[in-house]
Design a protein around this ligand. Structure first.
Ligand code: PHE
Length: 340
């Protein structure tokens, strides 16, 4: 009788209490089972009646248990916070970010695409013709040496048919001019290779974007305007450019392009070695020999070309002072470009 009222009065509000209820009344060692065990001590004539009462008690206990677990489940479903400890710290979810060179390459492409340039790609393993000969590098021209070429195989005979890792993306210019009639207006992003010792300022693998515009009446002014616009888009509208005479076998005249230092805005800092200017590109009017080498009539067409290093521009843009940071993959460096 006591147990009946006890069980009827019991209430359960948590999984722990539910388990305690089960242990106390229903389990093999629970109170109800104990009473059943005591049945053998009851005189024969009363056993039947007592047994019936015990059965009722057992059913009551089991029904209460079912009820309790059903309501518990319902409240848990209605209040999911009962299942989740909201005070626990979340497992960090690292999303990763774009590499700074990717960010800047994409930006360069975007700027030139808006000016009507398309994007071309070409092979990293290249024949001498596309990397040098078609670009007006004479066989024994010292500029070949200046490019610190990685050779894959060297030719023995008269004809230069070396296979090498391209030293610039100008090979794509040649391939483009060979297979496409002007007008050509394209940029060529890509990886290039030079046999140089790795330091803060040099690497044996780096990235370039070259540009080529060949059409009737393309002038030096077009080159200047294009690169001026690029500098403003890349480094801000107050940027200025200046051109210094230079030499490349494949352009004539040739010019080196400097832009006002993005870090100190031309006032002088250690990035620009206190000159206020930094070099961003080589450029020039495509040498008529190159056009002819690629089957384009140099009487009818003229063109300009330029080439810039993506690492250089990225270093300037973000004030990075060591080229090696780009390839070391230190997350403390890379994470600084999240959302850039
Ligand atoms: N190909 C040159 C280099 O890698 C850059 C360049 C491209 C210069 C086009 C002039 C014109 O150094």
């Amino acid at each position: 009788k006591e147990l009946v009222s006890e069980i009827e009065a019991a209430s359960v509000t948590s999984k722990e209490q539910l388990e305690a209820f089960r242990l106390k009344y229903i389990s093999k060692k629970g109170a109800v089972t104990e009473l059943f065990d005591g049945l053998k001590n009851i005189p024969q004539e009363d056993r039947r009646a007592v047994g019936q009462e015990l059965n009722t008690l057992k059913n009551l206990a089991q029904n209460r248990f079912q009820e309790f677990s059903a309501t518990l489940e319902n409240t848990e479903a209605a209040n999911p916070e009962m299942l989740i400890d909201l005070t626990l710290p979340v497992a960090p979810h690292l999303q990763g970010s774009l590499h700074p060179l990717t960010i800047v390459r994409r930006r360069i492409i975007e700027i030139f695409e808006r000016m009507g340039f398309n994007v071309s790609y070409g092979p990293e393993i290249e024949k001498d013709w596309y990397n040098f000969s078609a670009l007006n590098f004479a066989d024994n021209h010292p500029a070949r040496e200046m490019q610190d070429t990685f050779f894959i195989s060297k030719s023995e005979g008269e004809v230069k048919d070396d296979v090498l890792l391209r030293t610039h993306t100008s090979n794509v210019q040649v391939r483009l001019m060979e297979k496409q009639k002007p007008p050509i207006r394209s940029i060529m992003p890509g990886r290039v290779f030079r046999n140089e010792a790795i330091s803060a300022r040099a690497h044996c693998v780096f990235h370039q974007v070259e540009g080529l515009y060949v059409d009737k009446n393309v002038s030096f002014k077009d080159l200047k305007d294009t690169l001026y616009h690029f500098a403003k888009e890349m480094f801000g509208k107050d940027s200025k450019i200046r051109l210094r005479p230079s030499y490349f076998p494949f352009t004539e005249p040739s010019a080196e392009i400097d832009v006002t230092c993005f870090i100190c805005k031309g006032k002088g800092c250690n990035v620009c070695k206190y000159s206020g200017w930094v070099e961003i590109a080589g450029s020039g009017m495509v040498d008529p020999n190159v056009l002819e080498n690629c089957g384009i009539d140099s009487e009818e067409y003229t063109g300009f070309a330029f080439g810039m290093g993506i690492e250089r521009i990225t270093m300037l843009r973000y004030g990075i002072n060591d080229l090696r940071l780009f390839t070391e993959n230190d997350v403390r460096f890379l994470r600084q470009f999240e959302g850039a």
